[in-house]
Design a protein around this ligand. Structure first.
Ligand SMILES: [Zn+2]
Length: 295
C-alpha cells in the first residue's frame, strides 16, 4: 500500500528529474595530450573534469602509462588521444575498455604531414603547431562532449565559439610576429623534427637535428652535415627544447658561431605555472623566441 508521503516523495523526485534541478556530475575527461587537456577545459568549462595523464613538461614520445593512469582511463567517461602515432602504448589502454569513449583527435584531423624515420614514411604527430589544426580539434572535442552529454550542448557550443575567437586572434598574432622576419631568415634549427606544421603554416624552413621521435641520438655524420648547412645558410640562432638534452645544440653553437636562440616547447605545453601552461601561451612563447632570435 502506498502512503500519501511516499506518493508525495515520488512526485518530488519526478519533478527534480523533469526540471533538471539536480546538477549532474561533470564529465570525466582523461587526456593523453597536454594541448587537448587545455582544449577540453576551454570547451568543457565547468561541465568537465580533466584528468591529465600526460602532464605539462613531460616528453610524450617517452611516456608510458602507470597502473594508476590505466585506472584513470578505466574510470573516465571520455579519453582524448593526440593521435597520428604519438601514443605507442594505446593498445594497452584500450584493452578491455569501452572503445566508444576513445576520441582520437589527431587521426580525425586528416591531412597529415609525413616524416621519414628509419627509412620509413610515418605521420608527423606534432599537429598542434598549426593553429588551424587546433581550431579543427576544438570542434571535434565540442562534438564529442555534446555526444557524451547532450544536456550541456548549449554551454559546449558557446564555449567552443568563444575559444575559436581566441584561436583566430592567436593565429593573427603569430602571423604579425613572423612578418617581422624577412623570408630568407625563416630558418629553424631545433633538437628534433617537431615544427613541420608550424613551418608549413608560417613559412619557415626546418633543419632538424634528430628525427621525429626523441629516442634516437643524432649520428656524427648528420651533425656534421647540419654544421655545414648552418654556416652556408648563415643561420643566426639555433633552439633547444624543454624536454630535450641541450648537449648537441650547445656543440653546434660552439662550432658554427650561431647563438643559442632559446628554449622551444616542441612536444606540448610546459609545466603548470610556467610561461607555456596554456596552448595560447605556448605558441606565443615559441614564435616570440624564434623571431626575436633570428631577426
Ligand atoms: Zn616530438
Amino acid at each position: 500500500m502506498k502512503s500519501p508521503f511516499r506518493t508525495f516523495l515520488a512526485l518530488m523526485l519526478a519533478m527534480v528529474g523533469l526540471t533538471g534541478t539536480a546538477p549532474a556530475a561533470p564529465l570525466k575527461v582523461a587526456s593523453l595530450s597536454t594541448v587537448l587537456s587545455d582544449v577540453a577545459r576551454q570547451v568543457g568549462g565547468d561541465r568537465v573534469q580533466v584528468e591529465e595523464i600526460v602532464k605539462g613538461g613531460v616528453d610524450p614520445h617517452e611516456f608510458s602509462p602507470s597502473p594508476s593512469d590505466v585506472q584513470t582511463v578505466t574510470e573516465a567517461d571520455m579519453v582524448l588521444i593526440s593521435g597520428k602515432g604519438m601514443e605507442g602504448y594505446l593498445a594497452k589502454l584500450e584493452q578491455g575498455a569501452d572503445a566508444k569513449k576513445f576520441v582520437n583527435v589527431g587521426d580525425r584531423l586528416g591531412n597529415s604531414l609525413k616524416l621519414v624515420e628509419d627509412g620509413k614514411k610515418i605521420e608527423d604527430p606534432h599537429w598542434w603547431h598549426s593553429v588551424a589544426n587546433v581550431k579543427k580539434a576544438a570542434d571535434l572535442v565540442r562534438d564529442a562532449l555534446i555526444a557524451a552529454d547532450p544536456t550541456d550542448k548549449d554551454a559546449f557550443t558557446a564555449n567552443a565559439a568563444a575559444y575559436q575567437t581566441k584561436l583566430d586572434a592567436l593565429d593573427k598574432a603569430i602571423k604579425l610576429k613572423v612578418a617581422e622576419l624577412g623570408r630568407d631568415k625563416r630558418k629553424l634549427v631545433t633538437s628534433h623534427d617537431a615544427f613541420q606544421y608550424f613551418a608549413r603554416d608560417y613559412g619557415f624552413k626546418i633543419y632538424p637535428i634528430e628525427g621525429v621521435s626523441t629516442a634516437e641520438e643524432p649520428s656524427t655524420r648528420k651533425v656534421a652535415e647540419l654544421l655545414g648547412t648552418i654556416k652556408q645558410e648563415k643561420v643566426k640562432a639555433v633552439f633547444f627544447e624543454n624536454t630535450q638534452n641541450p648537449k648537441v645544440i650547445e656543440q653546434i653553437t660552439k662550432e658554427t658561431g650561431a647563438r643559442l636562440g632559446g628554449e622551444l616547447y616542441a612536444d606540448g605545453l610546459g609545466a603548470p605555472g610556467g610561461d607555456a601552461a596554456t596552448y595560447e601561451a605556448m605558441m606565443k612563447h615559441n614564435v616570440n623566441t624564434v623571431v626575436d632570435a633570428l631577426k
